[in-house]
Design a protein around this ligand. Sequence first.
Ligand SMILES: Cc1ncc(COP(=O)(O)O)c(C=O)c1O
Length: 404
Amino acid sequence: MFMNFEFSENLKNVKSSEIRDLLKYTQMPGMISFGGGLPNPESFPSHEIQEILEDIMKNYASSALQYGQTDGLPLLKEQLKSYLSKDENINIETDEMMVTTGSQQALYALAKIFANPGDYVITEGPTYVGMIAALNANSVNSVSIPLDENGMKVDLLDDKIKELKSKGKKPKFIYTIPTFQNPAGYTMTLDRRKELLDVANDNSIPVIEDNPYGDLRYSGSKIQSLKAIDNYGIVTYLGTLSKVMAPGLRTGYTLSQPEVLQKFNLLKQSLDLASDSLSQYIAYEYIKKGIIYTQIPKTIELYRKKRDIMLESLDEEMQNATWSRPDGGMFLWLKLKENMDTKKMLKRAIENRIAYITGSAFYQNNPEINTIRLNFTYSSDNDIKEGVKRLAKTINEEIRNNKN
Ligand SMILES: Cc1ncc(COP(=O)(O)O)c(C=O)c1O
């Protein structure tokens, strides 16, 4: 006889992620999946990391296998500082940086630090599932601002904030993924970035900028991050080495005002004491030796080709949808006719051996049910072509079926 466990209310809003649920289908023989958000293992610097590991074990084993400082390995923080200055034109002091266990840890921590249960925040609609999970785990509500091909529709922001304030629900932060957004693939223009900062500052609302994909640009020219142009000191910036080194090492970083990071430090002591020391040593050597600067162009080359294949295949095969044309990142966003429900269509898609994530997974509430996120980095080039064919066939069948 097992015990009858009594659980707290804390996780009552947390549902299993559709992305994890999809895994059972992706194991089926012959399935092509555009569902996951995984980097391609071909982009992993395995050989270089093997050499780095040998060096670490020779030179720093006693500290690399030991507990570390909660705010991160000082050697790594120095390297990240110079990388951010070169790469993003972000110039900060080391007490404005915290190393995190992936940027996911920062999403959870910031939701807890800035918002009480029942409070409201503003996100983009659609937004990153990991942020929705972090909000749900902290019982925080969100209101979303829609996106177009120029990113968040910032012209709607001020009115939305005023509306929430008038109901006594002043948003506790604005969360944005301005560059190669996950899931939509759009990038916010510089003008909108400036306007977002002005509106947020006028309303005294902090901004969280999540930038995991900024280095993965395949076309167009770089747009400065919100953090780089923030003269108000309101932006907390989340970076990660997941997409430019390897996600399994779980190494990210948060840049913010020291008083925000002091709160984060207190919380992190209860989460994991400190991030993985060995991973931090690997990241330190990876940047110091300059491997990051040779690895990123290789990853860009690999992914640019895959993006182009997916866009060309969509242009050739897809008649009944529109889609984003991302300049970087890992995803594009497909919209079907308004009355179509991509969740309902998934059964047919699975029968046709093509898996995807329904767009509704990327909304905490009020989903656009006619949307799909497509990942283009993981599948082989041939599978991308074949998968798009299967998806177009599925959509055409569904339309015919809806008419009957
Ligand atoms: C927008 C966004 N934020 C955060 C993360 C989490 O990344 P990490 O591996 O650093 O936890 C991801 C990962 O896919 C992401 O797409």
